[in-house]
Design a binder for this molecule. Structure first.
Ligand SMILES: Cc1cc2nc3c(=O)[nH]c(=O)nc-3n(C[C@H](O)[C@H](O)[C@H](O)COP(=O)(O)O)c2cc1C
Length: 162
């Protein structure tokens, strides 16, 4: 098909913005902790990759403080925010925890982890406590694969065995 024959309903998208066509999943806030430091960062590039065992993948810049803490603790929490956390998301996504605590300035509170040493956010729709299973690094981007804890039918909490 020649360019002039392209139907008008198609709009050309700049390459730098094309990722938005496939980046429409829920934004999450990832909490991490290690050596007395607790951190939180918004992460848009997250996705479930399996349900049994439950697995989640995150794409994170290798330079993020979150990435450093995650490498050290090998665990993190995926927090599902609600709309009231939008101002906090702007703060958490606008600076690095490497320079100092940003949870205080963001006004977010945490609660101790249920199964992990990593706390989760006190407010929000829910959270998944995740243990790291594998890392793939390409060109400064780390793809993290992790299994989360689940409450299985029957009522007993059990750890997944990915
Ligand atoms: C809405 C939003 C979504 C983001 N999604 C991602 C993401 O998927 N992956 C990533 O590496 N950084 C993402 N970021 C950028 C980090 O959250 C940001 O650089 C943060 O300051 C990193 O903090 P840290 O150094 O304390 O880990 C996002 C930021 C915002 C505001």
């Amino acid at each position: 098909m020649k360019t002039k024959d392209v139907p008008e309903k198609w709009v050309s998208v700049p390459l730098s913005r094309a990722v938005r066509l496939i980046s429409h999943g829920p934004l999450v806030i990832v909490t991490t902790a290690h050596g007395g430091r607790v951190n939180a960062a918004p992460v848009q590039w997250n996705m479930p990759v399996n349900d049994d065992p439950p697995l989640v993948a995150l794409a994170l810049d290798a330079g993020h403080f979150t990435t450093q803490l995650l490498r050290q603790s090998r665990e993190f929490v995926v927090n599902v925010p609600e709309a009231s956390l939008i101002p906090a998301i702007q703060v958490l996504g606008g600076r690095s925890g490497r320079a100092g605590d940003k949870l205080g300035p963001a006004g977010v509170k945490t609660e101790p982890g249920r199964r992990l040493g990593t706390p989760h956010l006190r407010d929000g729709l829910g959270f998944l406590e995740c243990r790291l299973r594998a890392i793939h690094v390409y060109n400064g981007v780390c793809l993290w694969w992790a299994a989360w804890f689940t409450r299985r039918p029957g009522g007993r909490n059990s750890r997944t065995t990915a």
